[in-house]
Design a protein around this ligand. Structure first.
Ligand SMILES: [Cu+2]
Length: 407
């Protein structure tokens, strides 16, 4: 959940949440770099009397300030579009949780798990009943979901439009009367996650919070079978005392921190510029041109050997060299003259192959760069999550099968 003086997004609690957090940090990274760069040059140019000499009719500068923003926009847009489409992805859910918005509370209905249909209302806990916990966020009955199990949320409304939102998991789905919207619910860890109704729905719009409790698959499955209510866990109250000295120290710390972060961001920018402009394509070039490199090394070695021979006995080596070159040229001429069709075919096919491999090469480089640009979590993390999901799905089905094997 959000806390006082929080600058960034909330810590992601689903794969999508982490990806969106990554996109936010990445976007802020680019935006702060561009903003500080432009601000610096604005101040510099406004205070200078010699701008005409450097900046007027500077063709290179004009090309640069057209091409660079284009690249930045592309770098901002591509990952954003990718995540936008990933948000609509449901995958294969194990069960559904129906969420119905009312004026002004939520109803959760668990009716997809075999043999159990369970429904309860979730109201905000008013101040007069609060015993610790978070004001305006705590509810009497939390929506229980399993962690690391793929679930589907079906969101609708009974009266006006509401919106079911959990920022830390990048979930925000409108509950529209007469329609059912779906969303993937897959929390990465057990915990309590908060949200609020995000579509203005009347006077008590601010007082219908969303509180999701993510529990382990075993607990969830047994709970849904038994239809037991979860007990509100007591929470610690935050310390909210402050002094002027503390405020001053915090301000000094914040200024120091911003200077430090700005410096490290420029260093990081240069690192990534090098990484994506040279390292990624360079690595690909080295790997793909291995065959050519082998041929080149072998030829160089042969040539060096010939050079040594030439120093030893120049006449013999020279005659051999001339003979070799003439022989090679002669064999090409003989090949072209004796079988012109074959030679033409070979020539055209080599050009075709060359163009094709160049195209493939450019495409692979583009793909490699695009993939590393648009993914904020690594493949190892995805593999780990998939492994856990598979294992939890098995557990979920085992527990249900075990409970119902005797009818
Ligand atoms: Cu609302």
């Amino acid at each position: 959940m959000s806390l006082w003086s929080q600058m960034g997004l909330q810590e992601g609690t689903s794969v999508l949440g982490i990806e969106v957090q990554g996109l936010y940090d990445y976007s802020m990274f680019i935006i702060v770099l561009v903003f500080s760069f432009v601000a610096y040059f604005m101040v510099k140019i406004v205070g200078s009397k010699l701008i005409g000499r450097i900046y007027s009719d500077n063709q290179l500068l004009e090309i640069l300030w057209t091409v660079l923003p284009f690249g930045f926009l592309l770098a901002l847009g591509l990952p954003s579009i990718k995540l936008l489409y990933l948000m609509d992805e449901i995958d294969l859910p194990e069960a559904s949780i129906k969420v119905v918005g009312h004026q002004w509370y939520w109803t959760y209905e668990y009716s997809d798990v075999r043999g159990s249909s369970y429904k309860f209302d979730s109201y905000m806990v008013p101040d007069s009943f609060m015993e610790g916990g978070y004001r305006l966020l705590e509810v009497d009955n939390r929506c229980a979901v399993p962690s690391l199990l793929c679930m589907r949320g079906l969101i609708t409304s009974d009266d006006v439009i509401h919106s079911w939102a959990i920022p830390s998991s990048s979930i925000k789905v409108d509950g529209v009367p007469g329609r059912i919207n779906q969303v993937k619910l897959c929390f990465l860890r057990p915990g309590v996650f908060y949200g609020q109704c995000s579509e203005l729905c009347g006077v008590n719009h601010s007082f219908m919070p969303i509180c999701v409790e993510s529990v382990s698959v075993e607990i969830y499955t047994n709970w849904i079978i038994e239809n037991h209510n979860e007990v509100l866990s007591s929470m610690n109250k935050g310390d909210d005392s402050w002094t002027w000295w503390g405020l001053l120290a915090a301000a000094v710390k914040a200024v120091g921190k911003s200077i430090y972060w700005l410096g490290s961001m420029y260093a990081m920018f240069l690192y990534y510029l090098f990484y994506y402009s040279f390292y990624v394509p360079g690595k690909f070039v080295v790997l793909s041109s291995w065959g050519f490199a082998q041929w080149f090394v072998a030829s160089s070695f042969a040539f060096a050997k010939w050079c040594v021979w030439f120093m030893d006995s120049p006449v013999e080596a020279f005659v051999y060299g001339v003979g070799y070159v003439v022989g090679s040229v002669w064999s090409v001429i003989v090949f072209v003259v004796t079988s012109p069709v074959k030679a033409t075919f070979w020539f055209i096919s080599s050009i075709y192959k060359g163009v094709l491999s160049f195209g493939m090469f450019s495409y692979s480089v583009f793909e490699a760069v695009a993939h590393s640009l648009t993914s904020f979590t690594d493949d190892g993390f995805h593999g780990f999550v998939m492994e856990q999901l598979n294992w939890n799905t098995k557990k979920f089905l085992w527990i249900i099968a075990d409970r119902y094997k005797n009818g």
